[in-house]
Design a protein. Sequence first.
Length: 129
Amino acid sequence: MTLLETVVAAAMLTGVMTVCLQMLSVVAAQHRVIETQETAIREAANLMERLSVVPWDELTTENLQDTTLSEPASRRLTGAELIIDVTDSPITESSAPIDAKRITLSIRWKDRTGQFVRPVQLTAWRTRR
């Protein structure tokens, strides 16, 4: 009887351990995805902050094409692509229009399967000082 109970307990333990290991694997994969997204969000915020000090006349899509991701972000974000778009968009809320530029920054990267994931995108408005 004791041997039978031991075999049943071992089988149950094996089943529970299998489920636990699968859950740990899923949780670890989700954790890696979240860390990667956090890296992209921080990098986008840092880049947008750097763009906020670029002189007004130099703030064009063509001039910003040489902007690159930081080395740590490039290592973390596999196959990352940075897209910066600057559009002149005057604001006409008051009686006199205000010169403004819309800056859109997008970072996309590939997941473990080689497919591009949903990009991180930030948009900011900059007015002439």
